[in-house]
Write a protein that binds this ligand. Structure first.
Ligand code: F6R
Length: 233
C-alpha cells in the first residue's frame, strides 16, 4: 500500500487527479468509479483539467435498487452531475436500479468481464465498508443485491420526501469484483474515518472490516487528509 497524507480534501483531490492522469498517460482505459462526498474534489479537479476520457469506459460501483437514473438521489444522477456531463466517457455503466436483481447482477458482471477495470477509485465507510459491502460480506463476493441496514435507511431518509420512499436495497460490485481491478485508489477524509483507516491499514485482514482486504492487493494507493490519518501509529 502506498500511503499519501495531505493537508485537506482539496489537496487530496489534486493528488487523486494526478493518479487519474498518470493512469490515462499509461494507457488505462477502464475506470471504476464511486459516488459519495469523498471523490467530489477529485472529480472537480478532473473536470477543471484538460484530461480526455472520450475513448474510455467507466463502470460505477453501485446503485440503489428501485430508483431510476433520473431520480435525484440515484447514483447515475450523481455521476451525471459531478462528472459525466462535464467529462463524457465513450460509455458509462452504472447498475440499473430498475432492472430485476438476477438479470441486473448477470448483466453487470458480464460488463466487468468484458471491460476489466484498470483503475478503481473507492471511498471508505465509517465501518470500513467499500461499495455497499458492509462488514461480514465475503471477500470473494461478486456483484450482488444488498439489503441496506436500518441505520443506513434512517440516515438516508433526509434525502427523500418520506421514509417509505428510501430504497431498502442496492446493487453493488462485490469485494472480489473490486479486488480484480489492476490498480486501486482509496480516498478518506475527516476524523470520523480515522478509526476505519487505522484498522484498514494496520489491523488484521478480516471480513469484519471489508477495506482491510486491500492490504492483499498488489497496487493500492491510499490518499488521506491529516484528520483521517490521525490514528495511524
Ligand atoms: C459510493 C460507495 C460508498 C462510499 C462510502 C463513503 O459509491 O460505494 O462505499 O464510498 O460510503 O461515503 P462518503 O464518501 O460519502 O463518505
Amino acid at each position: 500500500m502506498k500511503i499519501n497524507i495531505v493537508k485537506d480534501s482539496k489537496a487530496a483531490g489534486q493528488a487523486g487527479y494526478k493518479l487519474f492522469k498518470e493512469q490515462l498517460d499509461n494507457g488505462s482505459h477502464v475506470f471504476g468509479l464511486a459516488t459519495g462526498s469523498t471523490p467530489i474534489t477529485t472529480y472537480d479537479a478532473i473536470t477543471a483539467s484538460d484530461l480526455d476520457f472520450s475513448d474510455c469506459i467507466s463502470i460505477n460501483l453501485d446503485e440503489y435498487a428501485g430508483l431510476p437514473g433520473t431520480h435525484e438521489q440515484s447514483y447515475r444522477y450523481f455521476m451525471n452531475q459531478h462528472l459525466f456531463s462535464k467529462k463524457p466517457f465513450k460509455e458509462s455503466f452504472v447498475p440499473d436500479g430498475m432492472n430485476e436483481a438476477d438479470a441486473e447482477i448477470k448483466r453487470y458482471e458480464k460488463i466487468i468481464e468484458e471491460h476489466p477495470v484498470d483503475f478503481q477509485i473507492l471511498g471508505l465507510g465509517r465501518n470500513g465498508h467499500i461499495g455497499f459491502n458492509e462488514p461480514g460480506t465475503a471477500f470473494d463476493s461478486r456483484t450482488h443485491k444488498v439489503a441496506l441496514t436500518e441505520s443506513t435507511i434512517a440516515s438516508n431518509a433526509r434525502f427523500f420526501d418520506n421514509e417509505a420512499d428510501v430504497p431498502k436495497f442496492a446493487y453493488s460490485m462485490g469485494i472480489g469484483t473490486i479486488m480484480d481491478a489492476k490498480a486501486i485508489l482509496l480516498e478518506a477524509y475527516g476524523e470520523n474515518k480515522a478509526d476505519a483507516v487505522q484498522k484498514m491499514i494496520e489491523g488484521p485482514v478480516t471480513e469484519d472490516l471489508p477495506a482491510s482486504i486491500l492490504q492483499r492487493h498488489p497496487n493500492v494507493t491510499i490518499i488521506l487528509d491529516e484528520a483521517a490519518a490521525s490514528k495511524l501509529k
